[in-house]
Design a protein around this ligand. Structure first.
Ligand code: SF4
Ligand code: MG
Length: 332
């Protein structure tokens, strides 16, 4: 089956004091129809920049796609002008963000904001739009949608607001939904409900989903394939079962160790020591994870690992799995 989305050798750069640095560095992946692909990594790994690149929502004058291709149904998004991308955004490709970042406008009613996206992409009457809004609210599990449609964002709980955001996102039945940390700001129970809802909608609407998260627990629940990103690069990619049974990259293994257990306090989570290098301080040579990697070898500072298949359908970017490279500095 032809992929719905194909990202090829994407490089997205951000300007800091007039110099451009790659926040997404030569990333390639595909999303098939009806597939849920998880993109996982800590904040600062380039996950959100990736989604903003796909949607062409990079901050103007600061972020830009330097090279690469983004094909949606075979159409080059990266070459589109604002007018053309506006026809696709919200209609064929939609996006939801973390709750506090949602674009719900406090001064407009829920119904108004739902109808706005309907009027943008559909030729329907006011009455039809109102009925459709109510139906959409119902479809995302909002009870008494006839009442909620006239309420304002502040009258709703965080979980309800996220349901409204999902209703807006699926209003035009997009083929691809990009969900960037959609449940991060919600408490655990509500988080589970929203994920459940997303999965249900994905199946009913035959939609593909890119689910961006720092939480491998969410990935395990939701995804078919997983991409692990570190410092703007893909470090591991495979299907979700393989990732959990046979994680290979040292970063992935550490992320596994930081999955919250139900009976554990978040405080005692084993987090990964150190931080993701900032764009300005990105090591030019060697592995970008070297400074934090418990398995680092001397050559990790000088040889840049390449993403390569270790088993069928399992790609890793780590010198531990590269056999063709010379291994200077390693004792036999
Ligand atoms: Fe660790 Fe070296 Fe592999 Fe990088 S290449 S993840 S530093 S072992
Ligand atoms: Mg982010």
């Amino acid at each position: 089956e032809a992929p719905l989305l194909e990202v090829k050798n994407l490089e997205t750069a951000f300007s800091i004091d007039g110099t451009y640095y790659n926040a997404v560095d030569n990333v390639s992946f595909t999303v098939k129809p009806r597939q849920i692909v998880g993109i996982v990594g800590e904040s600062g790994c380039g996950k959100s920049v990736m989604s903003l690149s796909i949607m062409k929502l990079l901050p103007k004058g600061i972020g830009k796609i330097k090279s690469g291709e983004i094909l949606f149904n075979g159409v080059h998004l990266e070459q589109m002008n604002d007018k053309d991308i506006n026809k696709i955004r919200g209609k064929d490709v939609a996006m939801i963000f973390q709750e506090p970042m949602t674009s719900l406008n406090p001064v407009f009613s829920i119904g108004f904001q739902l109808q706005e996206v309907l009027f943008n992409h559909m030729n329907i009457s006011k009455k039809e739009a109102r009925l459709k809004s109510i139906a959409l609210l119902k479809s995302v599990g909002i009870s008494r949608p006839e009442k909620i449609v006239d309420e304002y964002p502040h009258q709703l709980s965080g979980g309800m607001r996220q349901r409204v955001m999902i209703a807006i996102a699926i209003a035009c039945q997009p083929k691809l939904l990009i969900a960037d940390e959609p449940t991060t700001a919600l408490d655990v129970t509500v988080q589970a409900q929203i994920l459940e809802l997303l999965k249900e909608i994905q199946q009913v609407n035959d939609m593909s989903v890119i689910l961006i998260t720092h939480d491998l627990g969410v990935v395990a629940e939701m995804c078919d394939d997983v991409i692990v990103m570190y410092a703007g690069k893909i470090v591991e990619r495979t299907d979700v079962d393989t990732l959990f049974h046979d994680p290979k990259h040292p970063y992935t293994k550490l992320l596994m160790g930081s999955i919250p257990k139900m009976d554990e306090d978040v405080e005692v989570l084993s987090s990964i020591k150190g931080i993701v290098p900032s764009l300005k301080n990105m090591p030019k040579l060697g592995c970008k994870f070297a400074a934090r990697c418990p398995e680092a070898m001397p050559e990790c500072l000088s040889i840049t690992p390449q993403l390569a298949e270790t088993d069928e359908g399992h790609e890793v970017s780590c010198l531990l799995y590269e056999t063709s490279k010379p291994r200077e500095g390693v004792q036999a």
